[in-house]
Design a protein around this ligand. Structure first.
Ligand code: SF4
Length: 206
């Protein structure tokens, strides 16, 4: 696992930028005391430990699902009542925490998105261009799939016994390989933070 910039760079920064704009104090203007937005973050009771205060005074987090004591099951039940039972976990298309099932879903249901992630995977092989240019060169190569094989050839149809043995992983970890990390991802509760398979077992960069 390399340093992960996805949530900070692509979610939190743009959100703060937009919030400042909405408040009428674009960066680097000073935001007066007492001026803030209220931001609703959908964290359910199963993951209450992910609920956090905002790290700036001009944003205040509220957690309506916690206020209502709704669990993930309550959310699914509600979505089902609206005809939205197949709502997937939230995550980026090219998330390195996807399991094989999620990669297959993209490949089999959305060829254009699959082409996009395959291209993205190839593009990150040498790491972050800006970091490389500034002297923080990536040692080795980066891959989206945990097998460290280009996504277009990665063993996403099943976790092979050889792969399991090579990685020396347990059955529980094999489940993560198949199904990805359990959590969805939001700017304020990144799925990567709770992942069990991040200890340098796999090569990736986002
Ligand atoms: S879904 Fe994955 S790629 Fe997207 S921000 Fe979360 S951890 Fe990063």
């Amino acid at each position: 696992m390399t340093r992960r910039q996805c949530t900070g760079e692509y979610k939190i920064k743009p959100i703060k930028q937009k919030v400042r704009e909405l408040l009428g104090f674009p960066y680097p203007a000073r935001i007066p005391k007492g001026v803030f937005v209220e931001q609703w973050v959908g964290i359910s009771t199963d993951e209450f430990h992910r609920a956090k205060d905002a790290d700036v005074k001009y944003m205040r987090n509220r957690h309506p699902l916690l206020d209502m004591s709704w669990s993930r099951v309550d959310c699914v039940r509600y979505l089902t009542s609206l005809g939205l039972a197949d709502t997937p976990k939230s995550s980026c298309l090219g998330c390195p925490f996807h399991g094989n099932a999620q990669w297959r879903h993209i490949r089999d249901n959305s060829p254009s998105e699959w082409a996009d992630v395959v291209e993205f995977d190839a593009a990150i092989r040498q790491g972050n261009a800006r970091a490389n240019a500034s002297g923080s060169r990536l040692l080795g190569e980066a891959f989206l799939h945990r097998s460290r094989v280009p996504l277009s050839q990665a063993p996403i149809d099943h976790v092979t016994a050889a792969e399991r043995a090579a990685l020396r992983i347990s059955a529980g970890e094999a489940d993560v390989l198949e199904n990805g990390v359990e959590d969805g991802c939001s700017p304020w509760a990144c799925r990567g933070d709770a992942n069990a398979l991040t200890q340098g077992d796999f090569g990736l960069a986002t």
